[in-house]
Design a protein around this ligand. Structure first.
Ligand SMILES: O=C(O)CCC(=O)C(=O)O
Ligand SMILES: [Fe+2]
Length: 386
């Protein structure tokens, strides 16, 4: 039975993980299958400089999807299957270290040049004191209240063994404090403008909101499969991320507390190329220096991540609860990457009226027509209809 939190901010479900020995067997089989597939795929790839001929391409037909020809895409999910069960295995074996064990890994900072350098080198950075203690308290109070009410109304999204995690999705519908934080308003997040500037450097002006949800993780909960947050994007990837997941830490993050596990530097080479490609050995990537670490950050920190970096929710071992808000932002031309982001399509009028122009733009709902033009039937004919 899986003990993993399937409510990730990437799109699509995460595969279930069985017990350790089963997982190892499955990993080996998966690896063998992938190698075989890749060998076949390489055989279809023409050597550099050799051009395909029209006749064979035309007779093959349209094969742009999923690894059928040199011109087709490859699903990132097939690569991620290599990592099935690995987060659990490494966690059980005590092979996940605290990020604070490594001098060179990102530390909470207010220096924007340092934050950008950390983001480029490691695929994430930590904005220090992005929320004050009072701001964090206001967020957590509203989140706890909403979470309790959703349980009472039987609409709660619970996961893990004994419901040891709860996801409170679509926070833009659920309180002024969340709406203000999602659009980086200083009233809710004193370091909001810094986060906004970083995200604009990552995705350009006009980036959109994929999802904003509250994450509540009790002891024993929180573990996810290793993944990237642009996993639904077919390969090959361009040399930049499609989006950014940010995590507002409402409580202390570290290994015991269920801080996010991450493989720092797994997002790119110095030249900008993705490490996530058809022949990538992702297990090797996880095992390279510094390997899989749990992000350490005090409450009030905002973790800003590159959607190409390998990471996952970590299991909380300590007593108590980890609270956080996770917001996924995308480049402006992309739709929400999350099937739970129904906030962007189901917005009650009373909430719509409270949304700022920026939030409406982020959610791609600048127009919300209560009476759209639907199928009509005319009674009078004009000359144009003859
Ligand atoms: O909650 C976390 O620590 C990470 C969550 C995550 O990676 C996700 O939801 O995509
Ligand atoms: Fe994620």
């Amino acid at each position: 039975m899986s003990q993993q939190d399937r409510n990730a901010s990437n799109s699509g479900g995460l595969p279930e993980v069985a017990d350790q020995s089963e997982a190892i067997v499955r990993l080996r089989e998966e690896n063998a299958r992938l190698h075989e597939e890749l060998a076949k795929l390489r055989a279809r790839t023409l050597p550099p400089g050799v051009e395909a001929d029209w006749e064979s391409e035309m007779s093959r037909g349209i094969v742009y999807v999923d690894g059928h020809s040199p011109t087709s895409s490859i699903s990132a999910g097939r690569l991620l299957a290599q990592l099935s069960g690995l987060s659990r295995e490494r966690m059980k074996a005590g092979r996940v270290r605290n990020s604070s064990d490594f001098d060179y890994l990102p530390k909470p900072s207010l220096d924007e040049a340092q934050l950008e350098a950390d983001f480029v080198r490691w695929g994430y950075c930590l904005v220090r004191d992005a929320m004050s203690a009072d701001q964090v308290r206001a967020q957590v109070d509203r989140l706890k209240d909403q979470a309790a009410a959703e349980r009472e109304h039987n609409v709660a999204i619970l996961s893990g063994h004994n419901d040891n995690a709860q996801l409170v999705n679509n926070l833009v519908l659920k309180g002024d404090v969340f709406r203000a934080a999602v659009e980086f308003n200083e009233s809710a997040a004193q370091g909001g403008p810094t986060v906004d500037r970083l995200l604009t450097r990552i995705m350009g002006e006009g980036f959109g909101l994929g999802c904003a949800h509250g994450s509540i993780v009790h002891t024993g909960g929180g573990l996810q499969e290793l993944h990237i947050d642009q996993g639904s994007m077919p390969l090959p990837y361009p040399p930049y991320p499609f989006g950014s997941l940010i995590i507002w830490c409402y409580t202390e993050f570290n290994l015991d507390n269920g801080g996010t596990y991450i493989v720092p530097g797994s997002h790119r080479t110095p030249g900008g190329a993705t490490l996530f490609h058809e022949s990538a050995d992702l297990v090797k990537l996880v095992d390279s220096e510094p390997g899989l670490v749990a992000i350490c950050a005090p409450p009030g920190t905002c973790i800003v991540t590159d959607t190409r970096v390998l990471h996952c929710g970590g299991r909380r071992q300590a007593p108590g609860t980890r609270y956080a808000m996770r917001c996924h932002y995308n480049r402006s031309f992309m739709r929400a990457l999350h099937e739970q982001a129904t906030a962007n399509v189901h917005v009650p009028d009373e909430v719509y009226d409270k949304l700022s122009p920026r939030l409406k733009q982020m959610m791609s709902i600048t127009v919300n027509r209560p009476d759209p033009v639907v199928e009509l039937h005319g009674t009078k004919r004009s000359r144009n209809d003859q």
